[in-house]
Design a protein around this ligand. Structure first.
Ligand SMILES: [Zn+2]
Ligand SMILES: [Zn+2]
Length: 272
């Protein structure tokens, strides 16, 4: 493939990747924002992770920074396209070429790997020597909304986006698995920045549930950046002593009432 064709591929695929990611962000994170912060904000108010509500200008900044963050998040994947054409990076494009069992297994392993990548790079970005120009932007939201899902500064977006092509350099994965992962990623980003907890109360103390990264778990990280660095699971934080000591108690406080609780009757204006 000559240089002009490669440039063509980069521009076409770059535009496609960013366009699809913007659409996914607007539907998933924008949809979650509309549901929880606008339409049903009162209905679910008893499940708010924090009592403060951010100013409108913070929400607008989250939207703007996420739309920009997505562009840089996609750069490593676009930059890896020439490696695909030279055979250094392998992607299985035929969905029928991989058995369903391998698809499920590779998805699970990919998520476990993404969690490790996120925990360690995120923790490194909290180092005071590099924090300001890598990760401070994401922490502008002390009480995040789902609009902050991709609110990453340029360097942070590049580091996070590097995970996918790095894995493909080592092991070929079916494109369908990657498609499922990018959708899963946006759902997780919307959930952990939701500002509300939607999972049941027993999760934080159950044998398996306690290892799940919840909305309360990541919300506490936005409140205090010294704890809770992982997103998908809590095991790295548990192993390395960075889990917030009050996490379980806070989780149970936020989820004390059921998500779909019976609403108290409206006062009758006709009665004195
Ligand atoms: Zn966050
Ligand atoms: Zn952080």
């Amino acid at each position: 493939m000559d240089d002009s064709n490669i440039l063509n591929e980069l521009l076409t695929n770059g535009g496609l990747f960013v366009g699809r990611s913007w659409a996914r962000y607007l539907v998933v994170c924008g949809g979650a924002f509309l549901l929880f912060w606008v339409v049903f904000a009162k209905r679910f108010a008893h499940r708010r992770c924090q009592s403060t509500i951010p100013e409108r200008k913070v929400l607008v900044a989250e939207l703007k920074n996420s739309l920009l963050g997505i562009i840089f998040f996609m750069v490593p994947s676009v930059a890896a396209i020439p490696l695909y054409f030279t055979g250094h990076l392998e992607l299985i494009v035929d969905p029928a070429a991989t058995s369903p069992a391998i698809m499920v297994l590779s998805f699970v392993l990919f998520v476990i790997g993404a969690d490790a990548w996120f925990y360690w790079t995120h923790r490194a970005m909290h180092d005071s020597r590099i924090y300001r120009f890598t990760h401070q932007l994401h922490h502008l939201s002390e009480q995040p909304s789902p609009l902050a899902g991709y609110s990453f500064a340029i360097l942070e977006a590049l580091v996070l986006g590097l995970y996918l092509p790095l894995v493909l350099l080592v092991v070929p994965i079916n494109r369908a698995v990657l498609g499922a992962f990018v959708l899963f990623f946006s759902l997780v980003e919307a959930y952990v920045h939701l500002g509300f907890e939607i999972l049941p109360r027993w999760v934080a103390r159950s044998r398996i549930g306690k290892y799940l990264g919840t909305s309360v778990f990541h919300n506490m990280h936005h409140e205090n950046g010294a704890y809770n660095f992982a997103v998908y699971f809590t095991w790295w934080d548990r192993m390395f002593g960075t889990i917030h000591p009050d996490y379980t108690e806070r989780y149970e406080q936020v989820t004390a009432e059921r998500l779909f609780r019976r609403l108290p009757p409206e006062p009758d204006p006709a009665k004195p």
